[in-house]
Write a protein that binds this ligand. Structure first.
Ligand code: SF4
Length: 65
């Protein structure tokens, strides 16, 4: 199953991804991004791909296994 990957060295914690799909991406009180659900499913794939497109740092990728 494909998984969401975030390059935390690139991420600038601007919460764009969380705004698109908060079930997958969550910023905590310290501005650390957490991946709540790393599996790419038929239900979340379209929104995850939108987050990949919209992340201004291009920090999000989908790893195909
Ligand atoms: S949209 Fe990109 S830069 Fe912004 S919080 Fe998400 S992963 Fe980080």
């Amino acid at each position: 199953m494909s998984k969401v990957h975030v390059d935390f060295g690139l991420c600038e914690s601007n919460a764009v991804c969380m705004g698109i799909i908060p079930e997958v991406f969550d910023l905590d009180d310290q501005d650390y991004l957490h991946i709540l659900q790393e599996d790419v499913t038929p239900e979340n794939e379209a929104q995850i791909r939108e987050a990949v497109r919209q992340c201004p740092r291009q920090a999000i990728s989908i790893d195909d296994e």
